[in-house]
Design a protein around this ligand. Structure first.
Ligand SMILES: NC(=O)C1=CN([C@@H]2O[C@H](COP(=O)(O)OP(=O)(O)OC[C@H]3O[C@@H](n4cnc5c(N)ncnc54)[C@H](O)[C@@H]3O)[C@@H](O)[C@H]2O)[C@@H](O)CC1
Ligand SMILES: [K+]
Length: 502
């Protein structure tokens, strides 16, 4: 699913109006109807305070108010006319006034202290995607009034006061804190940043029939990964598959006290459809690995406790390195050698592999092209230097992926997978229960398997992140809090089946 900028969405709106063709007032009616239906389904028998701004977002809210009145709901409309109402908002105001029961309060004319709310749920139609500057004092006061007085808030299209993309220069106190955001046709980029979570609440996409053809031909670097895409990248194993066709992976992981990382990444790799897996581990971990995971072949380091050397790389289709390695000098040296020797290999680097890179940033220039890096936010900050907010973080990450020609997996809610060309695939699966020890090792194992299968790195990373999140969601059915990494591994079978086989 594509994500467009607010100005691109405006262009798609206008195209739809001209080419469907449909009058703009009818398009507004369609949008308002969708929101109205959602609201009445989720809030039966509720009264509403409806806040209306001067633009088409306000127009939507006025139409919703009328529909609720028609149904016999109690509704109070609060109009903030900071400037002349838009054409379609004016029409909807007139239509609303035709209802004798319409109670309209003009907020421009009286103190907020005298305003009496109607019911306990607010519908927020002050500003939508047309916001073009931070809110002034009066509008901020109205927003604070809404945030203070209503335990539940439903924002139409966008929480008022939030810019759809960049909020670096916004006043964060002057943004509505929605319980639900009912957004039209496509989510907005700002919804995917953790720092905006408190404003957006849960977002729901309501289709309003904007031109598919125009959306398709509009180019954007951002999209949300869909199951359909995963299916096109990962084919179910074909009838004549054998372990040779599914690829041979090498995982370099573990150090004394961190054999678990090697075990979890290995198990996840095997459960993700690799043909053969060799795990390279410190000598002391060999017995444990062979007992716990007889499916893996083992390559033993000469060191008893850390990674210091690696085997001949020629048999391997893909290499994963990092989980539980530690950052000892000899390990750093071995990683440097590995980067040199793996120039024509598919590579995924995680955890201590990334920590070593951030201590030796000049090595970033030596990474094999399309290497997959999987940092969590702190690891990425160590690699890239500081940033001030999530929008900047995304842009820094895009630049980073382009500069070093890597696939960057920026982990977190809506993990962003970034291609060396700067395309971004946001991931819709997963839950907070996955923020648990070993979860990252599992992801490394999955991506390693897909790389060994021969899937292109950007697709392998997006598919890996998606299936990892889905397995986490399946594990969370038995409780998010109790989810541990091994539960995610146990659910990889059903998760792959759901996305690629059934
Ligand atoms: N364009 C379309 O075809 C559709 C638009 N829809 C709705 O229209 C919205 C976009 O409408 P608009 O482009 O009219 O924009 P908005 O309704 O978001 O607001 C724009 C109005 O507010 C003013 N404004 C912007 N920032 C302000 C600020 N900080 N303080 C005070 N005033 C400010 C603008 O000058 C303009 O008058 C969407 O969010 C959506 O809710 C829907 O009706 C669906 C169809
Ligand atoms: K709004």
């Amino acid at each position: 699913m594509k994500i467009l900028t607010s100005s691109q969405t405006g262009t798609v709106d206008r195209y739809t109006i001209e080419n469907e063709p449909i009058g703009s007032i009818h398009l507004m009616e369609r949008a308002a109807t969708q929101a109205y239906r959602w609201i009445t389904t989720h809030y039966p028998a509720t009264s509403f305070s409806i806040f209306v701004g001067p633009g088409n977002n306000g127009g939507d809210a006025l139409a919703i108010a009328r529909m609720l009145l028609e149904e016999g709901r109690k509704v109070g409309v609060y109009l903030y006319r900071s400037e002349k109402l838009s054409h379609d908002a004016t029409i909807n105001l007139e239509r609303l006034k035709a209802f004798p029961s319409a109670k309209i309060t003009d907020l421009s004319k009286q103190s907020l202290l005298n305003i009496k709310p109607t019911g306990k749920v607010a519908i927020d139609g002050l500003f939508g995607s047309g916001l073009n500057r931070p809110l002034n004092e009066r509008a901020s006061d109205i927003v604070s009034y809404i945030n203070r007085n209503f335990p539940q808030i439903i924002s139409i299209d966008v929480p008022s006061g939030l810019f759809c993309e960049d909020n670096s220069h916004n006043h964060r106190v002057a943004i509505v804190k929605a319980t639900y955001t009912l957004t039209f046709q496509m989510p907005k980029l700002a919804f995917l940043f953790p720092e905006n979570r408190e404003f957006i609440g849960n977002w729901i996409v309501l289709p309003i029939g904007l031109s598919h053809q125009k959306i398709k031909s509009t180019s954007t670097p951002w999209q949300i990964t869909t199951e359909k895409e995963i299916r096109s990248w990962i084919r179910p194993p074909h009838l004549f598959a054998h372990k040779g066709t599914m690829g041979h992976a090498l995982l370099i992981a573990g150090s004394y006290g961190k054999t678990g990382a090697a075990l979890m990444a290995s198990r996840a790799c095997l459960k993700s459809g690799v043909g053969l897996l060799t795990a390279h581990v410190p000598h002391s971990a060999v017995a444990v690995m062979q007992t716990a995971l007889p499916e893996a072949m083992i390559s033993a380091d000469r060191s008893d406790i850390i990674f210091t050397e690696f085997p001949d790389l020629s048999p391997y289709n893909a290499i994963g390195v990092g989980p539980g390695l530690g950052t000892k000098t000899n390990t750093q040296r071995a990683l440097k050698e590995l980067l040199k020797s793996a120039q024509n290999k598919k590579l995924v680097i995680d955890a201590d592999g990334l920590n070593i890179l951030s201590e030796n940033r000049e090595w970033l220039n030596d990474l094999p092209p399309q290497t997959v890096l999987t940092p969590h936010p702190r690891e990425f900050e160590r690699l890239s230097g500081p940033y001030e907010n999530d929008f900047q973080r995304l842009n820094t990450a895009i630049e980073f992926a382009q500069t070093y020609k890597v696939v960057l997996v920026l982990k977190g809610a809506y993990t962003a997978v970034i291609s060396p060309e700067g395309k971004v695939g946001f991931n819709p699966t997963g839950n907070p229960g996955m923020a648990t020890a070993g979860s990252g090792d599992v992801l490394t194992g999955i991506i390693l398997a897909l790389l060994a299968n021969g899937i292109e790195p950007y697709a392998a990373a997006r598919a890996g992140v998606y299936v990892h999140g889905l397995a986490g969601d399946m594990a969370a059915l038995k409780g998010q809090r109790a989810t541990i990494a091994s539960d995610i591994i146990e659910n990889l079978g059903p998760a792959f089946a759901k996305t690629t086989e059934l």
